[in-house]
Write a protein that binds this ligand. Sequence first.
Ligand SMILES: Cc1ncc(COP(=O)(O)O)c(C=O)c1O
Length: 388
Amino acid sequence: MDLIYLDNAATSFPRPDCVADAVSDWVRNGSAAGRGTHAGASAANELLRSCRNEIAALVGADSAAHVVLTSGCTESLNIVIQGLLQPGDHVIASRLDHNSVLRPLQHLLHTRNITFELLDFSPVNGLLDIRQLQQLLERTPTRLVVLNHGSNVLGTVQPIAEMARLAQQAGALTLVDAAQTAGHEDLSFAAAEFDFMALAGHKGIPGPLGTGALCIRPDREQLLQPLILGGTGTESESLHQPRQSPAKFESGNRNIPGIAGLLAAAAWVREQTPAVLRKRLQQHSAELYRGLRAISAVRLLTPDTPENFCGAVSFQLEGLDCHDAAIILEQEFQIQCRAGLHCAPLLHPAAGLLQQSGSLRFSPGPLTTSAEIRRAVSAVSELSENFT
Ligand SMILES: Cc1ncc(COP(=O)(O)O)c(C=O)c1O
């Protein structure tokens, strides 16, 4: 029986062939890192430029120079959180957030004397409490609001443009965590006037692991201090870090083989169109949701809002720990999925679901088939009959 991979919320697999071809082509033929004047360096520079253009087009950003190429969404989030916040600053994030938001905030709470508060969400529809956001913004002058666009556990999408408007009216900056939505949801970066948007290049955009991007509103780049300083191949006569994006935030050689794959993946997404990929993902997650709901031992964390699904469907099985279930699913049914807290440690307690060590998560990707979804549901049904 073929393997079924349902862990696309961690990283996408399988990837379109054009991604492997682009990486392999660069490893075979690419000679340089984008510094210098020879043909290899020019080709690498052209690749970087094309990738920034492609990402800017995908997210609706006006300035490709303000697309910083990173190692993933974690680095992108850290560039903003650690590069922006000063002692005394206040931040609003949420209980849906990933540790790549929560840990930098917790770190700065201790080392830089910032403060932060967390928005609650409704377990019924998975949505963050917008009234609470308004109240918190009215109560405390806030420097930054972190907006979780798609939850990597619940799989629900937040109305980030509406939330950003409230933040903007209160004079706060916005940082969108689009790790789970880039590649299939509408991001409208410039139109919604977001200040910063962190993207993964290896999930909804099915590029190689170790790729991502940060989009910066051009007039906000001077607010950020770079996290890493060093060689950029530009302004080399100066001992000072360049002040302009992207060099300001891209010290050291970029992961050019990965970026070649990211460029191919982003171009593939634009060719397929995010709207088509979104529809496919929604259909898969809705079918998963409905199939799992019919199994009596299943307790779904993902709320019953299929029109708002962005991929992940999480659940618990009564009488079976999620880690044991994941092992059986792989060994007996050739299904790879994720078990645990999914790096979002505040979500399960907030949903009142910590009697187990987390949940099982099935996350289809752009190349998952309906037959695989059906096989996954029947595997859980069999599992619940024989092991719970
Ligand atoms: C919501 C969310 N934010 C951030 C990240 C971190 O992304 P990356 O793996 O690209 O560093 C993830 C990864 O799963 C995520 O789901």
